[in-house]
Design a protein around this ligand. Structure first.
Ligand code: TEU
Ligand code: CA
Length: 541
């Protein structure tokens, strides 16, 4: 595969609202981020993905944009943003923005003008449709509960919104809208941003006529109507256009958020010959099959092994993966795997080991490097997120309050949106055995050894339950990683000869593997001393 500048980089997602509040108004802000660039640099981060910082009524925390050319005053000013860009550049770091162009805010002037003049040009920037017999034009269900159709008061019209009713979907069939969006993207690129994360980008092409959704497909996929807008027939054309008219002008980087897209579609979206997206975020690995985010259950790491085995072996050499476990929409991964505090840091380090030694570009979500866990919410009044609040009401009607609360507390996006714990950072920086240091070491190793970035992945012992191991090989360099996926000790399978320990989440590598143990080894020709049983303690734990 042709080398790209982002292949050997480490990315870090910042959710600005809860990263660092510099002026003590309770809301994280751009100056807070500027003040922590050195922290990120020291950790080894190269690329910063900023969740939306544009002007917004914050119904969906900035994913409802009312002005694509303005910075939300809650976060600071355009001068602050320019300073952030400049300070990042000074440190050799890259900034990527969140591009939310499937929908905008109902407060955006386009939507306001559309409402004011239903015959005017802006009405066609959105999906306005007549109701049917006093009911919504179709049966589509919104991601945030209820119908995707919101009636326009005093008319027989409805407009489409896949998410909150304050987030009307944009009509990509309209060439003028597309031009405005491409101009906007170019404006940010000219400013110096290095790329974009594209919010729910696989929903932008909707089937003509927006036909009724098949209820049984909806039941299976969770959302009625999904077959008519998920991976729509013009998606590839739109992405290629966006790429040619915007991204290519500066070799900008793009990572598409594409929920529900499996490996086959992912290949079509990211193949290096396809000229669409550089990478995608696929979410299939975030829940064990048969479960949704709102189920209160334990995640099975054997599924993660199965998922990565499939992608590492099947995605193809011309595609490049994003490697991540968390973001602002999902509970903390450690909490999903095992809530016993005894295993918290071992699991956190195990996840880091997987994330930084498989093939792809790792994305850390803020706080993950500290082993952040879910919040301890107990009551719906503590929950802010629009998705959780809407779904709670819906659940209450069908399964009762107690069960509704249990489901919301299991899956609420608020877990990931708690303030970053800077005191914990201080504590961990003073502890050489902390997860923070473990991440820092992993990142440094990944940067030191190209085999950990570009090497072939060869997964072994596939049939062994609760055990995940692989080689990374490039030229004369070879690495071996072995992980115990369970809280039970286990016999250590024979380690390949000539491999010396480099890093482990336990201080001693014995004949039995400890709960969630993860070890990285490097091949040394001359190293007969590293034979079975004589492994010396690696750095850190
Ligand atoms: O999320 C897209 C999306 O499909 C969500 O339903 C997501 O899958 C879910 O919340 C978590 O799995 C993106 C943004 O990441 C999210 O924050 C926004 O609310 C949403 O788009 C609308 O812009
Ligand atoms: Ca603030």
């Amino acid at each position: 595969m042709m080398k790209k500048w982002w292949h050997d980089k480490v990315a870090y997602q910042i959710y600005p609202k809860s990263f660092l509040d510099s002026n003590e108004d309770g809301i994280g802000d751009l100056r807070g981020i500027i003040g922590k660039l050195d922290y990120l640099k020291e950790l080894g981060v190269d690329i910063i993905w900023l969740s939306p910082v544009y002007q917004s009524p914050f119904v969906d925390q900035g994913y409802d944009i009312s002005d694509y050319y303005a910075i939300a005053p809650e976060f600071g000013t355009m001068e602050d943003f320019d300073e952030l860009l400049a300070e990042a550049k000074k440190r050799g770091m890259y900034i990527i923005m969140d591009l939310v162009i499937n929908h905008c805010s109902d407060k955006h002037e386009w939507f306001q003008k559309a409402l004011a003049d239903p015959e005017g040009k802006y009405a066609d920037y959105f999906y306005f449709r007549k109701g049917k017999d006093g009911k919504a034009p179709s049966n589509y269900r919104s991601y945030f509960g209820g119908s995707t159709w919101e009636p326009v008061p005093g008319t027989d019209q409805y407009y489409l919104h896949m998410f909150a009713k304050e987030q009307p979907d944009l009509n990509w069939e309209n060439p003028e809208l597309k031009r405005e969006l491409f101009d906007m993207v170019n404006w940010w690129l000219e400013k110096g941003v290095d790329g974009f994360r594209l919010d729910v980008i696989n929903y932008i092409s909707k089937e003509e006529g927006l036909p009724y959704g098949n209820e049984s497909v909806g039941k299976m996929m969770g959302y009625v109507g999904i077959e008519h807008y998920f991976y729509g027939s013009h998606l590839h054309d739109y992405l290629r256009e966006l790429r040619c008219k915007a991204f290519d002008t500066t070799d900008a980087f793009s990572v598409g958020e594409t929920p529900g897209v499996g490996m086959q579609m992912a290949r079509l979206l990211t193949g290096e010959d396809r000229h669409e997206l550089d990478m995608i975020f696929s979410f299939d690995h975030l829940e064990t099959p048969g479960h949704t985010r709102f189920d209160d259950y334990r995640y099975d790491l054997n599924y993660l092994k199965q998922y990565y085995t499939e992608w590492m072996e099947g995605y193809g050499s011309g595609c490049w993966m994003s490697l991540f476990f968390e973001n602002h929409d999902n509970p903390r991964m450690i909490s999903k795997i095992n809530e016993d505090p005894e295993y918290r840091f071992a699991i956190g380090k195990l996840l880091g080991m997987i994330q930084f030694t498989l093939r792809g570009t790792p994305f850390i979500y803020q706080g993950q490097e500290l082993g952040a866990i879910n919040g301890s919410f107990t009551d719906i009044s503590q929950i802010q997120d629009v998705e959780s609040r809407n779904l709670y009401e819906e659940f209450c009607r069908t399964i009762g309050e107690e069960e509704a609360l249990r489901r919301i507390l299991a899956g609420t996006r608020d877990h990931a949106r708690l303030m970053m714990d800077w005191q914990e950072v201080c504590r961990q920086k003073n502890d050489r055995e902390s997860i923070y240091y473990f991440y820092k070491k992993l990142i440094a190793l990944r940067k030191k050894y190209p085999a950990l970035v570009y090497g072939e992945v060869r997964i072994v012992h596939k049939e062994k339950k609760n055990f995940f191991a692989w080689f990374r090989e490039l030229g004369n360099e070879a690495f071996y990683v072995e992980c115990n996926l369970s809280e039970k000790q286990r016999k250590r399978p024979p380690r390949p000869e000539g491999f010396c320990p480099l890093l482990s989440n336990y201080s001693r590598i014995g004949s039995r593997m400890q709960p969630y143990e993860a070890c990285l080894y490097r091949f040394k020709k001359e190293a007969a001393v590293c034979g079975e049983g004589s492994a010396k303690a690696p750095e850190g734990r």
